[in-house]
Design a protein around this ligand. Structure first.
Ligand code: URA
Length: 199
């Protein structure tokens, strides 16, 4: 690992086969908010950047709405290589990639880590989670010995197949902006807090 970039890794034989490249995190190394997804999909694998496909558009739109532009946050994944047929990364693969994620968290030292979906939520909290129910909840957890604030969020893709999850997603991203101290005067004129009441 060179800074936050993994340039060569062969820890997961199946993923080495299925990936076309390693997809590192993107965004400033001092970002206040770190979004953690599951792993690269087809678009991410071909472009070499996390959340650039349909899920990425959902995320980008909501980031913009709350005044948290994509360029100002860091976005990464639990595993950096695309699993075959978009299956979930298995426990061994998650563990193999964990040191890279921990190093990224340590270097960034974010105000809040937002877990996008079940896999990153359970991976970072170290317990099973009902993400739809728990979305919007903040939990403090030790990651590599340091207490970190984790905000549970549904995966942006969940809003594409279940519209009822859109408001949960939107509210949680607003909470992320609030926790990072970002206000969006353009949309609410009141520093961000009161928007929660609109949903
Ligand atoms: N879904 C994820 O979990 N990560 C990505 O990078 C893209 C889609």
């Amino acid at each position: 690992m060179d800074g936050l970039e993994v340039s060569a890794c062969e820890r997961c034989p199946e993923l080495v086969e299925s990936r076309s490249q390693i997809v590192n995190g993107t965004g400033p190394e001092d970002a206040d908010v770190l979004f953690v997804g599951e792993g690269p999909g087809a678009q991410e694998d071909s472009q070499g950047e996390p959340f650039v496909g349909r899920s990425g558009s959902v995320l980008d739109d909501q980031l913009r709405t709350v005044g948290l532009d994509r360029e100002t946050v860091r976005i990464t994944n639990c595993v950096r290589c695309r699993p075959p047929e978009n299956r979930d990364p298995n426990k061994t693969e998650l563990q193999n990639c964990r040191s890279y994620l921990e190093a990224e968290i340590e270097l960034l030292d974010p105000d809040v880590i937002v877990t996008l979906g079940k896999v990153p939520t359970e991976h970072l909290l170290g317990r099973s989670a009902a993400v739809t129910k728990e979305a919007g909840t903040v939990e403090e957890v030790r990651i590599d010995g340091t207490p970190r604030r984790v905000l549970i969020c549904v995966h942006p893709a969940a809003t594409l197949y279940d519209r009822s999850q859109s408001s949960t997603f939107e509210e949680t991203i607003q909470t992320a902006a609030d926790l990072a101290g970002v206000s969006n005067e353009a949309t609410d004129g009141s520093g961000g807090q009161s928007r929660l009441g609109e949903f």
